[in-house]
Design a protein around this ligand. Structure first.
Ligand SMILES: [Fe+2]
Length: 289
């Protein structure tokens, strides 16, 4: 069976921590291994009280319309994102329940609250998309990047309570809050939202195409925020299952699969789908984990 990746589940607690700076005040993150995916990248960033990331720029790739998109959901805490636009320093305050979409902005974030800031995020195309993009991401400061090379759309902030859950699945009964989509934030590549399933509910059985856009497969990644469940998949006429628990990072792969809340409390997940060709063309709902 050619190139059909099986699902992979890795718990956050078992991934080595990456620190952005060596300072105790710097943010750190846990990243799902890039080798498993072609386009999507999933991680969880933590910022200690009074901590921050450092100035960085997300790269532009794949032509003027398609650049790196950085999408981060404020699971806990509050902070400020500082960014440069038209030579000016701007500030965007964010709090729990907000999700922010930005393209190749030069920015950094600070924790301004009195508890740790927890931010699951979804990047697409994943970093490093190539070595040049990686250098660009890690080493440049705002002054190093010519203005004409970074036509800057402002970031878009969406609050989850402002987006009503929808039922995108023909069966299963789970709901999605479609937070960052082509419609809500002008995303060119990503559908990101919150999956909500009561006990017994889930998604329908489905699979993601292998060649959907520029030769890339459709990819489905999620982070279990709360609750537990089961990821079912089929291979060679057999059905398999992987238990899901809090803080799991999941890549569903390309075999037929579905997710079900097999626990006894609500299952809440941060989920991202890329690319979004089928969603933009109306073939599937705006988000479909
Ligand atoms: Fe899926």
């Amino acid at each position: 069976m050619r190139n059909l990746s099986i699902p992979v589940v890795i718990n956050r607690a078992t991934i080595a921590k990456s620190r952005i700076l060596s300072s105790a005040m710097s943010a750190y993150s846990y990243n799902f291994p890039n080798v498993l995916t072609k386009l999507g990248h999933l991680g969880v960033c933590y910022e200690p009280v009074n901590g921050s990331t450092t100035w960085h720029t997300h790269p532009w790739k794949l032509g003027p319309e398609i650049c790196n998109e950085d999408i981060w959901y404020v699971l806990r805490g509050k902070g400020v994102m500082y960014y440069k636009r038209a030579g000016e320093l701007k500030a965007l305050e964010f709090k729990q329940g907000d999700i922010v979409h930005s393209k190749h902005l030069t920015n950094y974030t600070c924790n301004t609250g009195d508890k740790i800031l927890i931010i699951p995020y979804f990047d697409v195309p994943r970093l490093p998309f190539d070595e040049r993009a990686y250098e660009n991401f890690r080493s440049l400061t705002p002054a190093d990047i010519p203005e004409e090379a970074r036509p800057l759309d402002p970031p878009v902030l969406v609050h989850e309570e402002d987006i009503k859950p929808i039922c995108p699945f023909p069966e299963g009964g789970a709901k999605i809050r479609p937070l960052i989509t082509h419609k809500t934030a002008g995303s060119m590549l990503a559908n990101v939202g919150i999956f909500i399933a009561e006990p017994g509910e889930g998604s329908d059985w489905h699979s993601h195409p292998l060649d959907i856009w520029m030769g890339f497969p459709e990819e489905d990644l999620f982070f279990v925020i709360k609750g537990s469940g089961t990821l079912y998949f089929r291979l060679n006429d057999k059905q398999y299952e992987i238990p899901l628990r809090e803080e799991d990072l999941v890549f569903t792969g390309h075999l037929p699969h579905c997710v079900c809340n097999t626990g006894d409390e609500p299952l809440i997940m941060f989920c991202g789908l890329t690319p979004i060709k089928r969603a933009v063309e109306g073939e599937i709902p705006e988000i479909c984990p």
